[in-house]
Design a protein around this ligand. Structure first.
Ligand SMILES: [Zn+2]
Length: 379
C-alpha cells in the first residue's frame, strides 16, 4: 500500500501521470496506476501539472545574515519549491551555524560555500585576499558533504576591490583540491570583464546572472551575443539566470532566445527584499517570464529540476523515476493577465500565470496557500 497516491495529474507535455510514494521515495509511476488502497490520495482531476520538485539553484536563505537573507521555508515549500540552494551567503567561518538552522527547515536546503571565509557580510568579501583560505574551505566541504554542494565566487567590481581575476583563479584551485566540486561564478559590472571570467571557467562550471542588462553582459555593441560567449557556451559552461534585484533584463533574454543561447538553469537569486518588493517575488514569477519569452513548459521544467540537480550533483533529486526522492511540485497554469517586471523596470504583459498547488518533499505533502498549524502559508 502506498503512503501517498497522486492520481489524474498531467506532465508538462500534457501526458497523464500517476505516482505512488512509500517511505519518502517514488515507488511507482505510470500513466494510470492500478491502486486498491493508499494511506492518502491526492486526486488532481486531470487539471493540474506535476513535475519533479522545483529546485531553486540560486537563493540567499540564511536568516542570520545582515545583507542578503531570507527563510528557506518562506521561499521554499510554501511556494512550490522543494529544494533551495543558497549561493554563497556564508563562508567557512559561518556555514556551520547556517547548517544547523537550515536543517530545521521543511524545505531541502543546500549551500554553495563562499570562497571568502566571511560569506557576504560586506559587499566586498573578495577585496581582501586573506579572506580566501583554501584549507578552511576544504575543511567545511569535508565536514558537510550532504549540505555543501559547491563553491561560489562573486566576480564583480564592488566585490573584488583591486584583485582583478585573482579570486577566480583561487576558486579554481579550491575546486581542484576538492574533487572538481561544482563552481558558481557571479558576473556583474567590470572589472573583471566577462571575457576574462569565461576564459578561466571550465565545462560544468555555472555562470549566474547570465541575462543581466549591464554593459559587461553577454551582448556586444550591436546587440548580438559576443563570440566569446558562444565559445564558453559551446565549451559546456552552464548558464544560470539568477534573476535577482539587478540581473535579469527582458531585452537580453529575448535576444538570447532569438539566437538560441538557452540558459540551462532558471533560478531566482531571491532574498527578503526582492521577494517583498520585487522584481523577483517568488520562483513561479521567474518561471512565468520564461513562458512569456516563448519557451515551452516542457523545456522550462528541466531548467528547474533535472539541470540544477545535475549541475550541483544532487543525488536522487530532479527526476521522476522509481527510487528517487519523492520531491514533487504540483501546479496550475492559468490564462490570466499579469504584468511582469524585469530588474531594470521594463515590463511585459503575460497571459499565463503559474500557481503552485502542492509541494511534496520526501513524501510529505503541503497544500500551498492553505492554513497549516494555524499559520497561513502565503502564496
Ligand atoms: Zn546571489
Amino acid at each position: 500500500m502506498f503512503d501517498l497516491y497522486i492520481k489524474n495529474a498531467k506532465t508538462a507535455t500534457e501526458e497523464p501521470i500517476e505516482i505512488g510514494i512509500t517511505n519518502g521515495k517514488i515507488v511507482a509511476i505510470e500513466k494510470k496506476l492500478q491502486v486498491k488502497d493508499a494511506k492518502k490520495t491526492i486526486d488532481l482531476n486531470h487539471q493540474s501539472y506535476l513535475s519533479a520538485g522545483w529546485i531553486d539553484g540560486h537563493t540567499h536563505c540564511y536568516e542570520e545574515m545582515n545583507l542578503y537573507y531570507d527563510s528557506p521555508d518562506t521561499i521554499g515549500y510554501t511556494k512550490g519549491v522543494t529544494s533551495v540552494i543558497d549561493a554563497g551567503s556564508t563562508g567557512a567561518d559561518n556555514i556551520a551555524e547556517f547548517y544547523s538552522l537550515a536543517s530545521q527547515a521543511k524545505t531541502n536546503v543546500f549551500a554553495l560555500v563562499n570562497i571568502s571565509k566571511t560569506g557576504i557580510v560586506h559587499q566586498n568579501e573578495l577585496a581582501d585576499l586573506t579572506n580566501i583560505q583554501e584549507k578552511k574551505v576544504s575543511e567545511v566541504i569535508k565536514n558537510y558533504p550532504d549540505f555543501i554542494v559547491g563553491i561560489k565566487a562573486r566576480m564583480s567590481k564592488t566585490v573584488i576591490g583591486d584583485n582583478g581575476i585573482r579570486p577566480l583563479e583561487l576558486a579554481k584551485l579550491i575546486q581542484e583540491k576538492n574533487q572538481a566540486i561544482p563552481l558558481m561564478v557571479h558576473v556583474g559590472s567590470a572589472p573583471p570583464d566577462l571575457k576574462t571570467i569565461l576564459s578561466i571557467m571550465d565545462k560544468g562550471d555555472v555562470l549566474t546572472h547570465c541575462y543581466n542588462g549591464k554593459l559587461n553582459g553577454i551582448l556586444n555593441e550591436t546587440g548580438q551575443i559576443h563570440d566569446f560567449v558562444w565559445d564558453a557556451y559551446q565549451k559546456g559552461i552552464r548558464f544560470d539566470i539568477g534573476h535577482g534585484t539587478d540581473s535579469f533584463n527582458f531585452a537580453v533574454a529575448e535576444q538570447a532566445k532569438r539566437e538560441k543561447l538557452i540558459c540551462h538553469i532558471v533560478s531566482t537569486d531571491i532574498y527578503h527584499r526582492n521577494r517583498e518588493d520585487g522584481p523577483v517575488y517568488n520562483f513561479s514569477t521567474v518561471i512565468e517570464k520564461m513562458l512569456f519569452l516563448g519557451y515551452a513548459l516542457s523545456d522550462i521544467i528541466p531548467m528547474v529540476t533535472t539541470n540544477p540537480a545535475k549541475a550541483f550533483q544532487l543525488k536522487s533529486k530532479g527526476t521522476l523515476e522509481i527510487g528517487y526522492d519523492a520531491d514533487i511540485t504540483i501546479f496550475d497554469v492559468e490564462n490570466k493577465e499579469k504584468t511582469l517586471v524585469d530588474s531594470n523596470g521594463n515590463t511585459r504583459k503575460t497571459t499565463q500565470v503559474i500557481t503552485p498547488i502542492y509541494t511534496i518533499i520526501g513524501g510529505n505533502d503541503y497544500r500551498v496557500g492553505v492554513e497549516e498549524d494555524g499559520l497561513l502559508q502565503e502564496i
